[in-house]
Structures are given as C-alpha cells and as structure tokens.
Design a protein around this ligand. Structure first.
Ligand SMILES: Nc1ncnc2c1ncn2[C@@H]1O[C@H](COP(=O)(O)OP(=O)(O)OP(=O)(O)O)[C@@H](O)[C@H]1O
Ligand SMILES: [Mg+2]
Length: 266
C-alpha cells in the first residue's frame, strides 16, 4: 500500500527449526511513531533487520518508503537509518568528530554545520569536544540517534533505544525521539518496555509467538480488555494490564484466568 511509510504483509522467517515470524502484518502511517512491542526473543530485531534489508525473509512482503525490500534494496537503504540495539559510536573520538565522520561518509554538504546542528538538537553541545568514552549511556544513545539522522532519512528504525539506560537517561532519549517525530520522520521503534510504547507511540503492535496479536492506538488496546476485568481496576488499565491479559495464555491457563491472576497479584 502506497499510503504507508512501512508496510509488512505475511512476513515469515525461520532460523533452522525455529519459526520466529509466522505471518506478520502491519502498516505504519507516514510521520507517525510505531512501537513493536514484544518479550525477549519475540522477533523484533528480526523484523527490523528484514525492513532494513540486512536479512531476507522466507515469505511475505515488506516495503519501506514505497520500495519493496526484496526488489529495491538500494532505494530502501537510501530511505532509512538504523540505530541498532547496541550503540555504534566510536569512543576514542569526540561526539562532534563522530558526527562529522559520518556526515563525510554519507557525502552530506557542510559536515561541520550538520554536526553542530545535531549536537544542539540533542543537547550535546557542551559535551561536543569530549571523547565519547567519557559520555554517560544516555548521552551515547542520543549521539547514536543523532548520527542516524545525518542525511535526513524519512524512515528511522530504533531497535530498543533505551535498553540498559537509567530512568533519567531514558527520559532524555524519549525527548529526542519525540523531537524527531515532531519533524515528520516516520519512526519504528522496538521495545520491551510498555511505558516506552505508551510514552512515544501513535500506534502499538504486540509481537508474540511469531504474529502480531494486537495492533492499535493505546486507547484501542486498552479497550481490548473485557469490561469485567476493568471492574477490578480503579484507574484506567495500563498497557501492561492489556499486555498481560493478551499474552496471558503463556502460563498454561486460559487467557481470562491468567489476566485475573495478574490482577489478583496487585
Ligand atoms: N542468526 C540467528 N540464528 C539463529 N537464531 C537466531 C538468529 N537471530 C535470532 N535468532 C533467534 O530468533 C529469535 C528472535 O530473535 P530476535 O533477535 O529477533 O528477538 P528480539 O525480539 O529482538 O529479542 P530481544 O528483545 O532480546 O532483542 C530468538 O529466539 C533468537 O535466539
Ligand atoms: Mg532485539
């Protein structure tokens, strides 16, 4: 579908016997933030690797910025940036040097100015001339995201942007992502943190056992909880309540019972 910045249909991927993706479908509207939520090993990074042309799917189709990942991989790569699960900055260089280096590699005009603008945008101007090895985890992550924006890609993939960060650093990275989304960039982020999806995403999809088992806005996902369970809760159900209710059959019990158990534990 051309109206989607990212469109995924029937995506399948196995690693030998392990069927990781079993028919994944979703669409991401241009300029929106989409969170792919799932537990460890759910297949989030696998989806991102397929969308960024690093990995070929076994079945199904995917397109990014209107380009099919299988047929037009070069155009897809020109349309995206990928910030991986582990920061890719060079600790021996300063923050500014890292940015200038990438700007030169991508043949962007005015690399020094591009670097300074990004440093300002990500509140790194004061630390610009310090070696990255002296940066905190949050600063490194912000620099990593800033680096991925050089050349203004219309679609940005952020794979677990805040994993391993302390709460304050997470908020700093969240603000950077919000700023990014505010400029019309399409963002697909993966996370295992429900509050992160709740904070950032226009739409949230839950990847579980190889499929998208829920997909909607936060309000839509909250409405998935049956009314009977809402009675247990004084406040609005959190995304965590929804998540546990939906994947609750993992405990071996049926879903409503598992959801109830989660409530009773409170
Ligand atoms: N190259 C590979 N070879 C074999 N198995 C793999 C390979 N890459 C991933 N897997 C397996 O596929 C499953 C999905 O992995 P993936 O990295 O996509 O999960 P994830 O949702 O990103 O998890 P996490 O939250 O831990 O990052 C896991 O069980 C993983 O062990
Ligand atoms: Mg991962």
């Amino acid at each position: 579908m051309t109206t989607h910045a990212i469109h995924v249909q029937g995506l399948e991927k196995s690693y030998k016997e392990l069927r990781v993706l079993r028919g994944v479908d979703f669409g991401v509207a241009p300029g929106s933030v989409f969170a792919l939520l799932g537990s460890n090993g759910a297949g989030k990074t696998t989806v991102v690797r397929i969308l960024s042309t690093l990995l070929k799917p076994d079945g199904g189709t995917a397109s990014v910025n209107g380009f099919d990942v299988a047929a037009r991989p070069a155009e897809v790569r020109e349309s995206i940036s990928l910030t991986g699960q582990f920061a890719a900055v060079d600790g021996t260089l300063t923050g500014r040097e890292n940015l200038v280096l990438v700007a030169r590699l991508r043949r962007v005009a005015g690399p020094g100015q591009v670097a300074d603008d990004l440093l300002a945008r990500f509140q790194l101007t004061d630390a610009a001339r310090r070696r990255v090895s002296t940066y905190s985890g949050g600063m490194r992550r912000r620099l990593d995201i800033a680096m991925s924006l050089i050349g203004n890609p219309p679609v940005v993939f952020l794979d677990e942007p805040t994993t391993g960060l302390d709460p304050q650093a997470r908020v700093e990275v969240w603000n950077s992502i919000k700023e990014l989304a505010g400029r019309g960039t399409t963002v697909l982020l993966t996370t295992q943190y429900l509050d992160e999806a709740e904070q950032l995403a226009d739409r949230i999809a839950i990847l579980h056992r190889g499929r998208i088992i829920a997909d909607g806005t936060l309000d839509e996902l909250k409405r998935l909880l049956p009314p009977a369970e809402v009675e247990y809760v004084e406040k609005q159900p959190s995304l965590e309540d929804v998540f546990l209710a939906i994947i609750g059959d993992d405990t071996g019990a049926d879903a409503p019972a598992a959801a109830q158990t989660a409530e009773e534990k409170r």
